[in-house]
Design a protein around this ligand. Structure first.
Ligand code: PLP
Length: 467
């Protein structure tokens, strides 16, 4: 299990139903700005309002549940990363959330875009993303996916295995082209939130090991291939990282590898990508560094390590995903049922069941990710009650927000909003229990526009030839 928060629920005091990090709020209706999109607040009527639209009016127009993206906040964050890292290339990790409109926003804000499947590539291209600004990832890209990338002329293919090098050479021979390639390496660094582990962790599916020597072998092989233009090295150390410690070790190890490659071939590679994984505030206890702080730290680290190895500073790139699309996104649900259960020692827990669940946000069930939630259609009048927001699926683990204080008077028909839900929610959504996936709508200056429409029963039945 990926442990998303150091003081998470697994450290909870056995006698208290609340995890240690969760404190009873003085005002159960207060929104913590760091967790919400920039244009969200609770208005004078007590309703949650996002970019000029109340939660209730969004649901009235678009139905429930619904994912809402604050467009201005999304674009502002994209620009913040671009500007903080001026001189570096910033590639938005499309897997965090992608549709054609988002690809267009990313292009308009001057970022590149990473894809990791033929589907994401098709959406990026259809959205008007310049192929030369697309990076193509994946540890097991199919021949068709590689062909699509080469034919489109993607700017870089991040190669993950020696089988892929062979496949690329065959395809380039067939297509009469040369592939622009970065070699994905495993640095032995794995980072999660405040912690990083700088040994082991080579025991995973991605990339060529630096320690084992496979990375240098793959680089030298690519360098000598007439079908490959080797641009550089790629490293991605993890997710929900709050500081630069893990990146420092990754930079040192990748730059050392560049120095070794230079020794072996006389060639200085041009590019180094340090990946993504920059953390966000899912809950108010999460305090990630800002893009400006990270940029200042990473620039110093890279310059320092390059001096140490006698290398020029390469053309640098990073790949934020959740840090751009996570905070602008809010999921809004409607409450269907509420019950309170006795959990022993005089303690109780409130279960608030909503009209979505693990099919529209799998992260809490998949790796115990934490979120917060608030009553969105009105201010609560009751005091804070320890609650668990659960979905409608036939699984006990169908939890959206494991621990949160909600007002005592939450009941059927109320709206619950979950902030910081823009990343890896719709993009990982499923049709479990044949529940149609919710729409994604952009809101800006009071106007709603559909980014992805709601699935219908007809959509689900269209796949079933017996229907
Ligand atoms: C997932 C991924 C990212 C983005 O991760 P975030 O946590 O969304 O920033 C960037 N690069 C690579 C290679 C990835 O696999």
């Amino acid at each position: 299990m990926t442990h998303m928060h150091v003081a998470g629920s697994i450290h909870a005091d056995a006698t208290s139903p609340a995890p240690l990090w969760l404190t009873r709020p003085d005002d159960v209706n207060a929104l913590t700005a760091a967790v919400w999109s920039k244009n969200a607040f609770r208005n004078a009527d007590g309703e949650v309002e996002i970019a000029g639209r109340t939660a209730a009016s969004i649901v009235a127009e678009m139905g429930s549940p619904v994912y809402v993206i604050d467009e201005d906040d999304f674009r502002t964050r994209a620009r913040e990363w671009r500007d903080a890292f001026a001189g570096w290339d910033v590639f938005y990790a499309g897997k965090s959330f992608l549709c054609t409109t988002v690809a267009r926003w990313i292009a308009e804000e001057g970022l590149g875009l990473d894809v990791c499947s033929g589907g994401e590539l098709a959406v990026a291209l259809r959205g008007g993303m310049t192929p030369a600004r697309i990076g193509m990832h994946g540890n097991n890209k199919s021949v068709d996916e590689l062909r699509a990338g080469l034919s489109a002329g993607v700017g870089r293919i991040i190669v993950d295995s020696s089988h892929e090098i062979t496949r690329l050479e065959q395809l380039c021979a067939e297509l009469g082209t040369v592939a622009e390639v970065m070699i994905r390496v495993t640095t032995g660094v794995e980072a999660h939130t405040h912690e990083y582990i700088a040994t082991a962790h080579e025991d995973q599916k991605f990339g060529f090991s630096i320690n084992g020597g496979a990375a240098l072998v793959a680089m030298v092989r690519s360098h000598h291939s007439p079908y490959i233009d080797l641009k550089g090295i790629h490293s991605h150390i993890g997710s929900q990282i709050f500081d630069t410690n893990g990146f420092e070790v990754a930079a040192r190890r990748t730059l050392k590898l560049m120095a070794q490659f230079h020794e072996a071939t006389g060639v200085t590679l041009a590019d180094l990508d340090l990946g993504g994984g920059f953390g966000i505030s899912y809950i108010k206890e999460d305090t990630p560094a800002t893009p400006a702080e990270l940029a200042a730290g990473l620039r110093l680290i890279v310059e320092h390590e390059c001096r140490g190895f006698g290398l020029p500073v390469p053309r640098m790139s990073i790949e934020p995903g959740r840090a751009i699309c996570g905070p602008p996104g809010t999921a809004i649900y409607t409450v269907g049922t509420v019950k309170t259960v006795d959990i022993g020692s005089g303690q109780s827990r409130r279960y608030v069941a909503v009209d979505g669940g693990m099919s529209d946000n799998i992260r809490p069930a998949l790796y115990a990710a934490e979120y917060s939630a608030t009553l969105a259609n009105r201010a609560g009048e009751g005091g804070p009650v320890l609650s668990r927001v659960v979905g409608k699926h036939c699984e006990g683990g169908d939890i959206l927000v494991r621990d949160e204080f909600l007002p005592d008077d939450v009941g059927p028909g109320d709206l619950i909003a979950v902030p910081a839900a823009g990343a890896y929610s719709r993009s990982m959504a499923s049709n479990y229990n044949h529940v149609p996936r919710p729409p994604v709508v952009a809101v800006r200056d009071g106007h709603l526009s559909t980014l992805l429409r709601r699935e219908t029963m007809d959509d689900l039945l269209a796949l079933d030839p017996g229907a």
